[in-house]
Write a protein of this length. Structure first.
Length: 492
């Protein structure tokens, strides 16, 4: 199990295998359609949804423009409240910091709140290599961990599993991780939830160290916020003696007033609820309640490189609601594993290539994992224009050019395998600035239309294998306009 999915094939190959899995497709279709329909009803209840969406966008953009100021403020307020702040440039440094902190506590096991940041850096694997057992406590994350699997959805990591598969995983694997599954366990949701509750309860009561992420950090007070639906997060955040929170530097909101906007938009966009069942907030430490030691590990891991990109930086607005996954026709058919990242779907297609770069085969292919239909932009609660960023990253993959990697300004080389695309785009660009050549080409195409093939050769064969090649009209628009209006095009 790899949190970073190292060695994944390019998206087209991974997706082709996933599309052939009928059970996976049925699970995904049922789950995504159910979630998005519920979300649409929840959002429709608010007359000011558009205003909230714009407010969220403006707050995030303001914070990103002044991120240096707010990061210093977070460090000051967390420290003043009794916490300790650590800075991690990349995944390796973050893993070293967390591993050292756990060892210093004298413990060899930890309980974890669902955290995409820790999945991003591969923390569980790093802890395991150091002899430290990390137990996931979110129900879906527990299913993924027990099944030696990978998460395939931001909100519902085990969305690719049905109830029968979950029952089998519990029955076969729970005993090796702690309390075994009850005898005669069925696949009814109540019994599965009870089996997970009994299994996790002993870990909550025994653990001395908890590890969390955070949905938000409030700069003015140093408060961290986790929203969840099961209560496992509340247990991890209050019972252990030591709490270590691993958080991306973009999760800051300046004030409590700003937080109020996201506590309206996040639950409706993610779980289709008016508010989260559990919203846990903690500010440093207190003498009589909660953990007595608090560490905040702030991770960059490619985020400042992303921030340097004027088009791509809007991906850092993401509040991890997963609404874009549930409406994406590509995700619905391919599932999350094909994206080779803990961030699947449309947001993963623009975030992962920026955090990790486009040097690998999988990252160079992710900007193409979209039909550009725009449904993701329409549902995004912070108005990330994902299609715009996808096109921007496709240009980077094909053309190369200036970018920021590890804090340095570099010039990227074009990715391999795109020579024909570059040549085609250059030819099209030349034709569009030479109207006479474009008109001549259109006339030749119209007059030879009966000789055109029904499928494309070479790389284009994959495109026409599943769709018809559009027919060239018998007459171009230019010629039709001149014939019907009887005027010339100013000599062009």
């Amino acid at each position: 199990m790899s949190g970073t999915f190292v060695g994944m094939p390019a998206f087209p190959r991974a997706a082709r295998q996933a599309v052939g899995d009928a059970t996976l497709r049925a699970n995904l279709k049922h789950a995504t359609h159910t979630i998005r329909d519920k979300r649409a009803r929840a959002v429709a209840e608010l007359d000011d949804w558009a205003a909230l969406r714009e407010a969220g966008k403006q707050i995030k953009d303001h914070t990103l423009r002044h991120l240096d100021t707010y990061l210093v403020q977070v460090e000051e307020t967390v420290t003043a409240a009794g916490g300790t702040v650590h800075w991690a440039t990349d995944a390796d440094e973050a893993n070293r910091i967390v591993t050292r902190l756990v060892r210093e506590s004298g413990e060899s096991e930890v309980v974890k709140v669902k955290s995409m940041a820790t999945q991003e850096i591969g923390l569980n694997e790093a802890l395991e290599a150091a002899g430290i057992a990390a137990y996931e406590t979110d129900l879906a994350e527990l299913i993924v961990q027990l099944g030696h699997d990978r998460p395939s959805h931001i909100l519902v990591p085990a969305i690719h599993r049905n109830r029968g598969e979950i029952r089998d995983i519990f029955t076969q694997e729970m005993a090796a991780w702690g309390r075994p599954a009850p005898e005669g366990l069925t696949d009814t949701p109540a019994e599965l939830a009870e089996a997970a509750r009994l299994h996790l309860r002993e870990k909550f009561l025994r653990a001395k160290v908890g590890i969390s992420g955070a949905n938000f950090m409030v700069a003015e007070t140093g408060t961290l916020v986790v929203v969840e639906s099961e209560g496992n997060g509340r247990m991890c955040l209050t019972l252990p003696e030591t709490l270590i929170s691993v958080v991306g530097i973009e999760k800051i909101v300046p004030t409590w007033r700003d937080l109020e906007v996201f506590l309206q938009t996040l639950p409706r966009s993610s779980t289709a609820e008016r508010m989260n069942p559990y919203t846990s907030m903690w500010t440093g430490t207190t003498d009589t309640d909660g953990p007595q030691t608090f560490h905040l590990v702030l991770i960059d891991n490619g985020r400042t490189d992303t921030l340097a990109d004027e088009v791509g930086r809007q991906a850092l607005r993401c509040i991890r609601c997963s609404a874009c996954l549930n409406v994406c026709p590509v995700y619905e058919r391919a599932g999350g594993h094909a994206y080779g990242s803990v961030y699947p779907g449309p947001i993963g297609a623009i975030l992962s290539p920026q955090l990790r770069g486009t040097a690998s085969e999988i990252d160079a292919s992710l900007p193409y994992a979209s039909s550009l239909c725009g449904a993701c932009y329409e549902v995004c609660p912070v108005a990330i224009d994902i299609p715009e960023v996808l096109v921007h990253l496709r240009e980077r993959v094909v053309q190369g050019g200036p970018a920021t990697r590890q804090g340095n300004r570099v010039v990227l080389k074009p990715a391999k395998g795109h020579a024909a695309e570059r040549a085609a785009m250059r030819a099209a660009g030349w034709a569009f600035v030479h109207p006479a050549a474009l008109r001549a080409g259109q006339r030749v195409a119209s007059r030879t239309r009966r000789f055109h093939p029904r499928t494309l050769p070479g790389p284009g064969k994959a495109w026409t294998a599943t769709r018809d090649l559009p027919q060239v009209p018998a007459e171009s628009f230019r010629d039709w306009w001149q014939r019907t209006h009887g005027t010339k095009e100013n000599g062009k």
